[in-house]
Ligand binder design. Structure first.
Ligand code: MF3
Ligand code: CO
Ligand code: CO
Length: 264
């Protein structure tokens, strides 16, 4: 594993990319409502991202066709936005966007509820958010990479939820995905790897109400839970610093975990 910390000029570009990605999720928030299709959401956020100087990194990435991944209910990740997929009261969904600004990537996702969601779904989303933040809280210059997964698992395990294993967080910079691989479950796979200040990576746990096992659908992208139970995910791009972690994709509107005040 080859982790190369960013220099100050590169870090400034990472901040810009993270800002545009987070701003895009803030922007789309009031449009997430019953009766809207995931394609309409995608097209709106794509126009906004471009207007704000961001290039959607997902378009053409390994042949992916759209500017966002929108993953509804039992979809774990990589849901391709579609005109046929119309949101209904009680749905939960993840919107994941990645903006390229000045050649650097900012990658972030959040959960949304449509109208009133079940208490069980709300708890799943809150625990997933808490798990991401606990993983991020382990980060500082000299921290061990595997502390992230340990912290996430300690938040999730008491609830009996499954932590997805086949998809992980990642380093990023000029490249969308680079070392290190960030595992979200307790592991000792890279137990000797220490992180240095200037490292940029994502923490993006996917947490399932039931089994951690997943199934890749026949479109080659959409990943669903093996038992068809709900799945949730939050994602931040962060910078490792001497003191801790800087959230490069913090919401300019101040949104943290759903429900957001801006959503109607
Ligand atoms: N944004 C996703 C991540 O968090 C990657 C999506 S790749 C795509 O790493 F091709 F599915 F868009
Ligand atoms: Co990511
Ligand atoms: Co992402």
């Amino acid at each position: 594993m080859k982790i190369t910390p960013k220099n100050p000029v590169e870090i400034e570009k990472m901040r810009k990319a993270g800002h545009v990605a987070a701003l895009t999720l803030d922007y789309i928030t009031p449009f997430v409502k019953a009766g809207v299709s995931t394609l309409e959401l995608n097209d709106k956020l794509e126009a906004f991202m471009r207007k704000n100087g961001g290039i959607p990194a997902t378009i053409g990435y390994r042949g992916y066709p759209k500017a966002s991944c929108i993953s509804v209910n039992q979809v774990v990740c990589h849901g391709i936005p579609s005109a046929e997929e119309v949101l209904a009261e009680g749905d939960i969904l993840n919107i994941d966007v990645t903006a390229i600004v000045e050649g650097f990537h900012g990658d972030t996702s959040r959960m949304f509820g449509v109208g009133q969601v079940s208490p069980a779904a709300q708890t799943l989303m809150q625990v997933t958010y808490n798990a991401m933040m606990a993983g991020i809280a382990t980060l500082k210059s000299g921290s061990f990479l595997h502390e992230i997964g340990t912290a996430i698992e300690s938040v999730v395990a008491p609830h009996g939820y499954g932590i997805v294993r086949e998809y992980c967080g990642h380093g990023l910079g000029r490249k969308f995905h680079e070392d290190p691989q960030v595992l979200h479950y307790a592991n000792t796979d890279f137990s000797s790897t220490r992180l240095r200040a200037g490292t940029t990576l994502t923490v993006e746990p996917m947490i399932n109400m039931g089994t951690w096992r997943t199934h890749l659908e026949s479109d080659g992208w959409r990943v669903v839970t093996a038992d068809n139970k709900l799945s949730a995910q939050y994602e931040h791009t962060v910078l490792v610093t001497e003191q801790g972690a800087e959230l490069l994709t913090a919401s300019p509107a101040g949104y943290t975990c759903w429900p957001y005040t801006g959503q109607r």
